[in-house]
Design a protein around this ligand. Structure first.
Ligand code: ZN
Ligand code: ZN
Length: 328
C-alpha cells in the first residue's frame, strides 16, 4: 500500500515535525488516502519490481522514490500492537549529529556533509515488550552485634532476628529488540523510550521510513527481558534486608512468571558512514535524540549522550513488600 494526497495525487508521508501526514508535493496535511496494492513486489506508483528483503515492511521505491508499505508485513501475525512514531525529523537529527561531532574531529572536512546526508536513514525497529510478575520469599536468621565496656569488662552482645520477607512486583513493557541486524548492546543503550507516547499501530506512521518486521517469534528474545526482571526483583528483595551483621537464609525464592507480550515498533535514525574503508554506524533514538555510536577520531571513546533524561525504561507498576515479622 501507499498513501497519496487527495488534493494532488502525490505521495504522502508521516511528518515527525507535524505529527501528521504531509504531501511531499503540495505540503497539505492529513489529506491522505490509502491505496492498496495487489502485488507485494511491484511499486504501486511506477510498476517497477521492488521485491522486499526478508524482514522489510516498508521502504522507498529506488526508481520513483515512492514510499511503499508491504501489506502482508503489517497485518495478521505481523501487525504490531503499538508504535512510537518518529518525533525527530531528518533535519533535526542531522543538525544534532553535526553539532555533536564538530568539535571532535581533527580532519579538515566536516564529518557530516551534504553528500552524507542521504546516508541518514529512519528505521522502525521491531521490539517485543514483555510483562512479568515476580513473587519472592525470604526466611532467615539475622544477627546484630554490639560491644561496650563497663569497669574492667568488655561486653559483647549478639541479638538474633527472624527475618521474613514476602514480595510481589509487576513488570510491564520490558523491551528487547527483535532485529538480528541491530546490535543488542546498541539497542539497549538507545533506551529508554517514553512509553507515554506509545500509540496503537497504524501503517501510516511507516510512510516515509524504512520498517522491519520481527525476525523471530517473541520466545526467541524473551530471556533478555526475563533476566532484567529477575535481577531487578532480586535487588528489591536484597535491598529490603539490610543492617544485619550476619544473615543465614533458610528459604530464598524468587519466582518470575511470564504475563504478556506486545509487538512494538520503535524509531531509530541510522547514520551509515565509511571510515578507513570500514562501514560504521551511529544510532539516534528517533524519539529522544539519544546518540549511540563511535566517532572516527577515537576508536575507544564511545559516545553515549543522553539528550533527554528522566524517562523510565520500564515501568515497575506495582511494588509491594510486606514485612511479616521481625522478632527479637
Ligand atoms: Zn498534495
Ligand atoms: Zn516506483
Amino acid at each position: 500500500m501507499n498513501y497519496t494526497c487527495k488534493a494532488c495525487g502525490s505521495n504522502m508521508v508521516f511528518s515527525p515535525k507535524n505529527q501528521k501526514m504531509i504531501c511531499l508535493h503540495c505540503n497539505q496535511l492529513d489529506t491522505h488516502e490509502k491505496k492498496t496494492n495487489e502485488s507485494l513486489v511491484t511499486c504501486i506508483s511506477c510498476g517497477a519490481d521492488i521485491t522486499p528483503g526478508e524482514f522489510v515492511s516498508s521502504s522507498k521505491c529506488p526508481y520513483c522514490g515512492t514510499y511503499v508499505i508491504y501489506d502482508e508485513r503489517v497485518s495478521d501475525k505481523f501487525q504490531p500492537d503499538v508504535i512510537v512514531p518518529f518525533k525527530l525529523d531528518r533535519d533535526t537529527v542531522f543538525n544534532t549529529l553535526d553539532r555533536e561531532f564538530e568539535d571532535r574531529l581533527f580532519t579538515p572536512t566536516k564529518f557530516l556533509t551534504e553528500a552524507t546526508y542521504k546516508d541518514l536513514e529512519g528505521k522502525y525497529i521491531p521490539f517485543f515488550l514483555y510483562d512479568f510478575a515476580a513473587d519472592g520469599e525470604y526466611l532467615g536468621v539475622g544477627t546484630k552485634e554490639r560491644s561496650w565496656r563497663s569497669g574492667d569488662y568488655t561486653y559483647h552482645e549478639t541479638s538474633y532476628y527472624d527475618v521474613e520477607r514476602v514480595m510481589h512486583a509487576e513488570y510491564e513493557n520490558i523491551p528487547a529488540d527483535a532485529s538480528t541486524e541491530m546490535p543488542d548492546d546498541k539497542m539497549d543503550l538507545l533506551e529508554p523510550y517514553d512509553y507515554h507516547e506509545l500509540l496503537s499501530f497504524d501503517p501510516k506512521y511507516l510512510s516515509g521510513f524504512f520498517g522491519e518486521i520481527y525476525n523471530e517469534p517473541s520466545m526467541a528474545y524473551r530471556d533478555r527481558a526475563y533476566k532484567k526482571a529477575l535481577s531487578s526483583a532480586k535487588k528489591i528483595m536484597k535491598d529490603s534486608i539490610s543492617g544485619y551483621t550476619t544473615l543465614k537464609a533458610k528459604v530464598d525464592k524468587m519466582d518470575v512468571k511470564d504475563k504478556d507480550v506486545e509487538y512494538a515498533l520503535f524509531p531509530v535514525w541510522v547514520y551509515n558512514f565509511k571510515w578507513k574503508d570500514k562501514d560504521n554506524k551511529i544510532y539516534v533514538n528517533g524519539q529522544t535524540g539519544k546518540v549511540i555510536g563511535r566517532t572516527p577520531v577515537s576508536k575507544i571513546k564511545v559516545l553515549a549522550y543522553t539528550l533527554s533524561t528522566g524517562i523510565i525504561s520500564f515501568a515497575c507498576m506495582e511494588l509491594l513488600i510486606k514485612i511479616l515479622g521481625e522478632v527479637l
